[in-house]
Design a protein around this ligand. Structure first.
Ligand code: ADP
Ligand code: SF4
Length: 684
């Protein structure tokens, strides 16, 4: 197939200072939890994006000095020449596929706590260091010598980046993390010298550093500026009119403007809170201010939308972090006229949780993300089967569908059978809940791929017993029958069942998703799961006119979603909907019409009126079929939630892993099943 001429515009080259991008697809810098620790894994991941057609592929933030270290986060470092080889490895991988390599040099100012280097953090103004854990550390306000040293450090890092082979060397003023934004914003710059006060003063350091960088490396390297258009602090911080004014003061100085929002949670909003293109209202005017190319993001996955933003003169290049994670081959697929094959990001931010947990990036849609080097997985290719075999997959949830798709791609004969009338398992049910419709893409993409494979058959409304499965006669069986929410309150807080009166109305998430509803108006949701579902069900019920109280043993609603950047948005949405959040409490007993809750610290009890209690605590694997089959069939496994309940991303990964490893010689469980970066000891 060939490209639809409507999309030709996306493949026009773009000149960026002294370099030229071969098309308009720009993978903007994004964190990935691998950084300096997982050098080769990171290099392969970036190279895979270049292979997939992104004309520019950037690193994540790269610390320019030990004096601004963001430990415990694992980002890149360019502290001195010793770091050059690792950075060079990334650039080489990107160049090997004909793309430009970009590096986001970063000094994180007062958001770098220097937990590793133990230097005193610095910022434009003396203030508490900003960190996830509220570290009891303050940043020192920078004096003139500090500013001079910052400029020297940036220049030295730019030269090292050039030596490492980078084509675009960033000046970073984004996400509240880049120190040049901290100088630009009156929220964080309270200086009264020539670097503080009026905007012309606050923009001074940014201007000087762009000039320094251009002077140092601008002969062969482009110098982009990444800038936050809005800090969402109202009159206390940056907003689009003021940033536009700042941009007009230095409009032609950088070689490219890369636009974003601050903080990161505003920039990478999930599909529950923001649609594709959600940043457009903030960036609309920038192209009118400069002749330099403008890049912006907004979870763009649709080529028609991409064409629109370029034709409307909003952007010159389509920036992407998440769409390039979910589908590293997105540009190639558009180029080859394979629009259907694009694996669209669902906007869940599981990718972000890798960075927050300092573990390699993972993606719900793309199980090969982060596994390119250590397991040798590729987003598009998979090793063909060596011998023919037939495989029965029981369950068409994310695990079963991904296993079926990938085994099918390998050429095996695959049968997937599901008891339900529709495919997708938990995804099919959850995507009907408020704000989660994009999650259906996990199912839709896999069904579409499977539909193209004559060797994969899918049977719905076909509940299998162990006898049915054995009679089927497959060479191998994978049980992907998912998990069921518990009805007894056992979870993290309660290790034994909660006393529940016989006549009490108790529902589980499965009940609600299959259409059951509370018997009366007052509903108490006990959320001891802490991810999205408790909050989403609260939204569902309040919109159906129930009075909802969310009880959580954690200090915040949907506590885990801090890692997916959604927690603040969730808590404010729930509060604005009139949902009462009772933090640090747990449901202790349930009677008809009443729930007893206790404080997790003092165990003091309160009685809440509750016509119905919804228990969102933990799940039990549906492993009965697996247990019956094992011992009666030589090759049977349980995968996904049927093995151990976890996220959708875990289930997709488990399906992929089953398919990747199928037919390989048995491996001793004591053998590490992936490669890892081993520390090379520095001579003592
Ligand atoms: P996972 O996240 O591990 O993929 P899900 O819960 O999403 O798990 O999906 C499990 C699927 O398995 C559901 O669609 C369910 O209908 C199906 N299933 C469960 N038991 C059986 C069975 N005995 N026979 C066929 N399908 C089953
Ligand atoms: Fe998109 Fe979710 Fe994948 Fe991140 S993890 S790229 S948000 S699908």
């Amino acid at each position: 197939m060939s490209r639809d001429p409507r999309y030709d515009i996306l493949f026009e080259p773009v000149r960026i200072g002294p370099v030229t991008a071969r098309n308009r697809f720009f993978q903007v810098p994004h964190c990935n939890g691998m950084g300096h620790r997982d050098a080769l894994a990171l290099a392969r991941m970036r190279a895979t994006k270049a292979e997939g057609g992104w004309a520019v592929v950037c690193t994540e933030m790269t610390e320019i000095t030990y004096g601004a270290d963001v430990a415990p986060y694992v980002e890149l470092r360019l502290w001195n020449d010793e770091d050059i080889p690792q950075l060079a490895r990334i650039a080489e991988g990107v160049h090997a596929h004909g793309s430009l390599a970009g590096i986001e040099l970063c000094h994180s100012g007062y958001t770098a706590c220097n937990l590793y280097s133990r230097e005193a953090p610095v910022g434009p103004t003396a203030m508490p260091a900003s960190s996830y854990y509220y570290d009891p550390i303050q940043a020192r306000g920078m004096d003139k010598t500090d500013i001079r040293n910052l400029r020297r450090a940036h220049r030295a890092a730019a030269l090292r980046a050039k030596t490492a082979g980078y084509d675009l060397i960033y000046v970073y003023a984004g996400h509240g993390l880049g120190i040049f934004q901290q100088f630009l914003s009156r929220a964080t710059n309270h200086r009264n010298d020539e670097y503080g006060g009026p905007l012309a003063n606050r923009v001074r350091l940014l201007k000087e550093v762009i000039e320094d960088t251009k002077e140092a490396v601008g002969d062969t390297c482009a110098v982009p500026v990444r800038i936050a258009m809005n800090e969402f602090r109202g009159p206390e911080g940056l907003d689009p009119p003021e940033v536009e004014e700042a941009i007009s003061m230095i409009a032609e100085l950088p070689d490219l403007w890369d636009l974003s929002l601050a903080s990161w949670s505003k920039d990478s909003q999930t599909s529950r809170f923001a649609e594709e293109g959600f940043q457009e209202p903030y960036i609309l005017n920038v192209k009118k201010l400069t002749t330099k190319p403008v890049v912006g993001v907004g979870r763009y996955t649709s080529p028609d939308t991409m064409v629109r933003v370029i034709r409307q003169g909003i952007l010159d290049m389509i920036g992407a972090a998440r769409p390039s994670i979910a589908d590293p081959f997105l540009p190639k697929k558009i180029e080859e006229g394979r629009i259907d094959d694009i694996r669209e990001c669902i906007g869940c931010n599981i990718c972000v949780t890798g960075d927050h947990s300092m573990t390699p990036i993972r993606c719900t849609q793309n199980p090969s993300m982060g596994e390119e080097w250590r397991r040798g997985w590729h987003p598009e290719k998979i090793r063909p089967s060596h011998a023919s075999a037939s495989i029965l997959l029981i369950g068409a949830g994310p695990a079963g569908l991904e296993a079926g798709r990938a085994l099918g791609q390998r050429g095996y004969k695959v049968t997937i059978s599901d008891a339900a009338g529709e495919a997708g398992g938990r995804v099919a049910r959850e995507c009907r809940l408020p704000g989660l419709s994009a999650w259906g893409r996990v199912r839709d993409w896999r069904l579409l791929q499977i539909g193209k494979m004559p060797n994969v058959e899918l049977y719905l409304e076909s509940r299998l017993t162990a006898a049915d499965a054995l009679e089927f006669g497959a060479d191998a069986i994978a049980v992907a029958t998912g998990a069921t929410w518990r009805r007894d309150g056992v979870g993290r807080y309660h290790v034994h069942p909660v006393p529940i009166a016989q006549d009490a109305d108790v529902l589980t998430p499965d009940d609600l998703m299959s259409g059951k509803r509370p018997s009366g108006r007052n509903v108490v949701i006990f959320d001891d799961d802490h991810y999205y579902l408790g909050g989403v069900l609260a939204e569902l019920l309040v919109k159906e006119d129930h009075a909802v109280t969310l009880v959580t043993p954690a200090s915040l609603a949907s506590y885990y979603t801090r890692a997916s950047l959604e927690q603040a948005a969730i808590q404010s949405r729930l509060l604005n909907l009139g949902i009462i959040i009772r933090a640090n409490e747990a449901v202790k007993r349930v009677a008809r019409g009443e729930a007893a809750v206790e404080c997790v610290f003092t165990q003091r009890e309160t009685a809440l009126a509750a016509d119905c209690v919804v228990l969102v605590t933990s799940r039990t694997s549906n492993d009965a079929l697996y247990l019956e089959l094992t011992g009666n069939h030589p090759n049977v496994v349980a995968i996904g939630d049927a093995r151990a309940p976890a996220t959708i991303a875990h289930a997709v990964h488990a399906g992929r892993r089953y398919a990747e490893e199928f037919g390989s010689p048995p491996r001793d469980v004591l053998d590490v099943p992936f490669k890892r970066e081993l520390v090379r000891l520095t001579p003592a």
